[in-house]
Design a protein. Structure first.
Ligand SMILES: NC(=O)c1ccc[n+]([C@@H]2O[C@H](COP(=O)([O-])OP(=O)(O)OC[C@H]3O[C@@H](n4cnc5c(N)ncnc54)[C@H](O)[C@@H]3O)[C@@H](O)[C@H]2O)c1
Length: 436
């Protein structure tokens, strides 16, 4: 669907201020959007395939930390939020937003969720409606994949009978300063009328919209943002390994570099990357580049390689630290602080902690973990979940601080631990504390 191939949509006012909105996929991205959309006056049908999630939402229970239960309850109480697993509830929508997962399967983009969402929306699409894809994906998805499925299932034509666009989500779970409303949102459409409709909807939801010329630009912008972070984290992680071998404190060097008021952005070493974005999104871009040009996007491959190996480095450093204390890792009690990939969030998807647990249990260590934010019991059955107490810290041969949650009682760790490997430089300096 190129901009030039489409014509304006038959005289409907795009995305009226209070629309019937469908949000497909009520996760970290979809739920905050649904809540916000209800708050600004839309009627929102929230469609998810997970019946348990829908049940929890109907009873006012939130599973996304950025949506507090009180806020959700207020939204449910309006009567304008309909969480459902029934696709027929989507009938008659004005605006539909797709916020389903885009994982990797055997290293390749897994488009199944987007395809399913597009199919079910196509079955309920009516002339004049607007469909927006928000899931992070490779450039070309909206115009090549989503448009085609919507057209085939609805019998309508994108850009002629309905509006279509892409607007990447920039949600940063756990960030107290930047949230959906005040983070500028990139918006795009397959033609001018689609862009106007997409923008009109998001103008009701966020403070600032940033229009761009095509969905491909918006798709690439999102991947650029995440690839930028991924590559820079990899740079600092690799430098951290070398700096240690050179006997230089990388953390002090990073702090010093960060005093430069321009041309430098601070990234710090860590145990690796996790979540739904950095371990996955750059691979969507490299896959697209490879498929379209036959060439390898070397920065992404290199960053993947470095960041993927950070958990191995953490375990190697731990083994060395234990060895210096005359202990083999086999049979040692290791206490992990933090399972989430990111501070102050409960998201343990793709978390480096999972690989650390695999490696340590494979070496015969007994692994316990503290993370009050991560509620899923099934992070790894080999790990014993516990609380951060003086007794737990004291009984551990080594403590590994993987996630710098504000809620961690760092004093008890420094006071009681025999040996800590602090992967986030969160703890005060002490003879028992070693920084990654
Ligand atoms: N989590 C983040 O911080 C973040 C930030 C920006 C962008 N994104 C992107 O947003 C998209 C969604 O990510 P998320 O973190 O919200 O995922 P999530 O796993 O938290 O939520 C996705 C939801 O979609 C549901 N779902 C899956 N298939 C479905 C289908 N066919 N129909 C209806 N519901 C379906 C799942 O049950 C789940 O509740 C991804 O593309 C991701 O890359 C995520």
């Amino acid at each position: 669907m190129s901009q030039s191939s489409s014509t304006a949509i038959i005289g409907e006012d795009p995305a009226p201020p209070a629309s019937r909105t469908v949000i497909v996929g009520l996760g970290y991205v979809g739920l905050p959007l649904a809540v916000r959309a209800v708050e600004v006056g839309h009627h929102v049908v929230g469609l998810d395939v997970d019946a348990e999630r829908v049940k929890r939402l109907l009873s006012g229970e939130s599973y996304v930390e950025d949506v507090p239960a009180e806020r959700l309850a207020a939204v449910v109480a309006t009567g304008r939020f309909e969480p459902t697993i029934d696709a027929d509830d989507c009938t008659g929508f004005d605006v539909a937003v797709i916020t389903v997962p885009t994982p990797l399967r055997e290293g390749l983009p897994e488009m199944r969720h987007i395809e399913e969402a597009a199919r079910l929306l196509g079955a309920h699409l009516r002339p004049g409606a607007t469909v927006v894809l928000e899931s992070t994906t490779y450039p070309g998805t909206t115009e090549e994949l989503v448009a085609t499925i919507l057209e085939q299932t609805s019998g309508l034509r994108a850009g002629v009978d309905f509006h279509l666009g892409y607007s990447p989500e920039r949600i940063d779970p756990g960030n107290p300063q930047w949230h959906l409303e005040n983070t500028p949102k990139v918006v795009s459409g397959i033609d001018d009328a689609s862009l106007a409709a997409v923008r009109a909807f998001y103008d009701t939801v966020v403070d600032t919209t940033v229009p761009v010329g095509s969905p491909q630009v918006a798709e690439l912008a999102k991947l650029l943002e995440n690839t930028f972070r991924h590559v820079n984290i990899a740079l600092i992680n690799e430098l951290a390994v070398f700096a240690r071998e050179l006997g230089i404190d990388i953390w002090e060097a990073v702090d010093a570099a960060a005093t430069k008021p321009y041309g430098f952005m601070k990234f710090t070493p860590g145990p690796g990357v996790g979540g739904h974005c950095l371990p996955i999104d750059p691979s969507y871009l490299s896959w697209r580049v490879k498929r379209a040009t036959g060439r390898v996007f070397r920065f992404v491959e290199l960053a993947n390689d470095i960041n993927d190996h950070m958990p191995d480095y953490v375990v190697r450093r731990l083994i060395e630290g234990l060895n210096r204390r005359g202990r083999p890792v086999n049979g040692s009690q290791i206490l992990l602080l933090g399972l989430a990939y990111k501070r102050n969030t409960g998201d343990a998807r793709e978390s480096p902690a999972i690989r650390v647990i695999e490696l340590l249990t494979g070496l015969g260590a007994f692994v316990s973990a503290v993370d009050p934010h991560v509620v899923e019991a099934h992070v790894d059955r080999r790990v014993r979940r516990t609380q951060l107490t003086a007794a737990e810290v004291a009984r551990a041969d080594a403590v590994v601080l993987l996630t710098d949650h504000d809620s961690l009682d760092v004093d008890v760790v420094v006071r009681e631990a025999r040996y800590v490997l602090d992967c986030r430089r969160m703890l005060a300096p002490a003879s028992t504390v070693e920084v990654l």
